[in-house]
Design a protein around this ligand. Structure first.
Ligand code: ADP
Length: 338
């Protein structure tokens, strides 16, 4: 339960809830000031020229608002969004079907764009660059390239792993924004906004308590809000207070910094099996029985951000703050638990 509550990925039953809470305009989008201001200029410039917005690549950990921004861009440009994801576009045919149906100015959103199969990716190059699809018909000496013109569109790609994008694909984007973890103040505002939409009475201190445990991630903040709201309704008088939020989240096993079981297992592995590090991510992954990619994408960024991990050329090290948080005294010799 603990793991799913703090998971950075959307849970299955959550889609409807997330849609309800999703900001629709740039003005409603909290935080990420640089990205928002820069996009505001890009949108206005494109609109003044009566052109499509340049292709946009958004990257950063899950749950920080990439999909939300893609929808907002379509709203701000007053066009439609056509969403899909890298793994959903299995064959070139799938992509051609979508592209040829785009209307002028549509936002074509590909989530997890780093997972696009190679053949599909190659079809995208001329589509993004010249708004046309090239494909080869027949074989051998009769082979010829057919060109299908497309209506100009804006491609918005989102990825948690920008390093996995090939450079030809990356080069075809004109606008890049890295979304970073939110600070507690921004998350508090997100919680207050979401509570207002849900009609849940909340005190500012209650919102701050939730924000502090949301691991810098709006998706997690909204999820914790849902649990705390239930608790306030059943155990309290319906208003979300600091005490109520604390009690509810403690009951759910969310620790004071919002770490989940996997985060804690990673830290404990580094401390107990590797004397605090430095240790390579592959070795940590093998110890906690998870994939190095998952750790690099889901676990490491937040632990680095809050200073529980540091990265050195020889690997990852747990910091004194991590030791303290997990209740180890000092950084002295630790007991090996095999
Ligand atoms: P990503 O695509 O990066 O995984 P999403 O865009 O799906 O993340 O965001 C997850 C949820 O978090 C959304 O439903 C939305 O309600 C909320 N959210 C994300 N960013 C913001 C923001 N800047 N302001 C308010 N709510 C946000």
């Amino acid at each position: 339960m603990e793991e799913s509550l703090l998971s950075r990925e959307p849970l299955a039953e959550e889609a409807q809830y997330e849609r309800q809470l999703r900001p629709r305009r740039l003005d409603e989008y909290i935080g990420q000031r640089e990205a928002v201001e820069s996009l505001r200029v890009s949108v206005q410039a494109a609109r003044q020229r009566g052109e499509c917005l340049d292709h946009v690549l958004l990257f950063g950990p899950p749950g920080l608002g990439k999909t939300t921004l893609a929808h907002i861009l379509a709203n701000e440009m007053e066009t439609q969004i056509v969403p899909t994801s890298g793994p959903a576009l299995e064959r070139g045919h799938d992509l051609m079907g979508v592209l040829t149906n785009l209307a002028e100015g549509d936002v074509f959103f590909i989530d997890e764009i780093h997972r696009l199969p190679r053949v599909v990716e190659e079809l995208l190059y001329p589509a993004m660059e010249d708004f046309q699809i090239n494909f080869v018909v027949e074989k051998g000496i009769h082979a010829r390239t057919m060109r299908i013109p497309l209506k100009p569109f804006t491609m918005v790609g989102a990825t948690t792993r920008p390093g996995l994008l090939s450079s030809p694909l990356r080069e075809r984007f004109g606008i890049f924004h890295h979304l970073d973890f939110y600070d507690e103040d921004e998350l508090t505002r997100i919680v207050l906004r979401s509570a207002a939409i849900l009609g849940a009475p909340i005190e500012p201190a209650g919102a701050a308590e939730i924000a502090g445990r949301a691991r810098g991630t709006p998706r997690v903040a909204n999820r914790l809000l849902r649990r705390v709201r239930d608790y306030a309704q059943v155990r309290g008088d319906g208003t979300i207070t600091r005490e109520g939020a604390d009690a509810a989240l403690t009951l759910e096993g969310v620790d004071a910094r919002g770490l989940d079981r996997l985060d804690r297992r990673v830290l404990v592995a580094i401390i107990e099996q590797y004397g605090g590090g430095p240790v390579g991510i592959e070795a940590i992954a093998a110890t906690v029985n998870d994939e190095a990619g998952t750790l690099a994408e889901m676990v490491e960024p937040f632990l680095l951000k809050i200073g529980f991990l540091v990265r050195s050329p020889s690997g990852r090290k747990a910091t004194p703050q991590a030791y303290r948080h997990l209740g180890y005294r000092g950084q002295g010799p630790v007991q090996l638990q095999l």
